[in-house]
Write a protein that binds this ligand. Structure first.
Ligand code: UGA
Length: 434
């Protein structure tokens, strides 16, 4: 099939590359000339495990192209994906100006039947708005389909190639059959493609992300309470998660959820609720609790040093909002570092992939260190913020030698309490005894 993907952000780039991987011809369009130039030269703007290999294969085979020419891309495609940003507007609702702007352009351009697919996370009712925008100028038939994306950063390629399910919102049989043909290679293990109306598809995406954010937030509160009552949240998590109705995944407490999706989507769903005269109480609490959770580790560090961090050297391991990505959008590390700097600390940081991005925010205010152990030299404490695998089994004896004080604040519960005692560390984690 011939596909155009408008927008080469995270979702657009991964979707386009994976569609090419199953033999389709994909033309990715972006209005950022430099970005397109770099992509044409084989340079990926994001770090995503596994993407480089299939990106290279498909561009070299000529199945994956990049252009700034929307007209040419659209003329050559049967299906046009809109993978454009929907950032939060000032009031928290999703800003649809990119999506609707391109939709209007498409109306002017299309000369034969096209399926126009909303891949971006868009509020309920957007497919009708997109239809109206295309209709303004369109002289030929078209269908608008809502096809939300559920991939996670860090495992995006795997998630896209083997999705748990594909959700497609459309009322058109013609569009349904094309979308079915396109997605069949991705669900060969028998995972379902669910067809539904457009509004339900749009709602499914927000409901899924907001539910996951709520689940994590619930566990963060359980963890905070565990500390007060002397329970161990790791045990509680295992005990709870073994109930099949609950399930084991996404129950890990930590330093609060971040990233480009959960914070934005929880806020936008709350906004949608408000606009429809519904008081979505839980979402308000989720946002409030998550904002507080981002500071829990920094507050623990401050209180350990009697609220005076002047002259203290604090090492940070992990800056990305989660492992296997260089993405720092809404990363808890930003909030933690700000709090530590404000209290007078000297912050030295290491992350396997996200240091360049973090440098753009903090510049010289934070010392970025190339090797994880070098960050520990003369440190008064180590704070672990992201659970990169490389932090899981470090040389504790060596760490103890390097550090001025044997103090670890672990926002991701990476180490066993026994083990920490053996090595003589003061070890403070989330929802467990110190
Ligand atoms: C999330 C969803 O998981 C994807 O299904 C969705 O497609 C995507 O948003 C999106 O809307 O584009 P992502 O933001 O890449 O994916 O990352 P997650 O793996 O979901 O993690 C989000 C945050 O929750 C991270 O800060 C992570 O550290 C935190 N988290 C996750 C926890 O604190 N505990 C957990 O048990 C799981």
């Amino acid at each position: 099939m011939k596909i155009a993907v408008v927008g080469t952000g995270y979702v657009g780039l991964v979707s386009g590359t994976c569609f090419a991987e199953t033999g389709n011809h994909v033309i990715c369009v972006d209005n950022n000339v430099q970005k397109v130039e770099r992509l044409r030269n084989g340079e990926l703007p994001i770090y995503e495990p596994g993407l480089e290999v299939i990106f290279k294969r498909n561009t070299e085979d000529g199945r994956l192209e990049f252009t700034t020419d929307l007209l040419d891309a659209v003329n050559r495609a049967q299906i046009i994906f809109l993978a454009l940003p929907t950032p939060p507007g000032e009031d928290g609702s999703a800003d649809l100006s990119y999506v609707l702007g391109v939709a209007e352009e498409l109306g002017k351009i299309i000369t034969d039947y096209k399926v126009i697919v909303d891949k971006s996370t868009v509020p309920v009712g957007t497919s009708e708005k997109v239809t109206a925008a295309v209709e303004k100028h369109a002289k030929v038939d078209f269908d608008v389909v809502s096809n939300p994306e559920f991939l996670r950063e860090g495992v995006a390629v795997e998630d896209f190639l083997k999705p748990d399910r594909v959700v497609i919102g459309t009322s058109s049989e013609r569009a349904k059959s094309l979308m079915h043909e396109l997605y069949e290679p991705f669900v060969r293990q028998g995972n379902p493609i669910y067809f539904m109306d457009e509004r339900s598809a749009e709602m499914t995406k927000y409901a899924a992300n907001s539910y996951l954010a709520t689940r994590i937030t619930f566990m963060n509160e359980i963890a905070n309470l565990c500390e007060k009552v002397g329970a161990d949240v790791d045990m509680v998590r295992i005990g709870m998660g073994s109930d099949r109705r609950i399930g084991k995944r996404f129950l890990f407490p930590g330093v609060g959820y971040g990233g480009s999706c959960f914070p934005k989507d929880v806020q936008a769903l709350g906004k949608t609720a408000g606009e429809n005269d519904y008081n979505f109480q839980i979402l308000k609490s989720v946002m409030e609790v998550n904002n507080a959770q981002k500071y829990v580790l920094a507050h623990k560090i401050k209180s350990h040093f009697n609220n005076d961090l002047k002259g203290k050297r604090i090492a940070i391991w992990g800056l990305a909002f989660k492992p296997n990505t260089d993405d720092i959008r809404e990363a808890p590390a930003i909030f933690i570092i700000n709090e530590l700097l404000e209290a007078g600390a000297k912050v030295v940081a290491f992350d396997p992939e996200a240091m360049e991005n973090m440098k753009a925010i903090f510049g010289d205010k934070v010392e970025f260190i190339k090797h994880r152990y070098d960050a520990l030299k003369d440190a008064d404490a180590l704070a672990i913020v992201t659970e990169w695998s490389v932090f899981r089994t470090p040389d504790f004896d060596f760490m103890a030698e390097l550090m001025k004080e044997k103090v670890i604040f672990d926002g991701r519960n990476l180490y066993k309490l026994e083990q920490m005692k053996q090595f003589g560390f003061y070890y403070n984690s989330i929802g467990r005894n110190t």
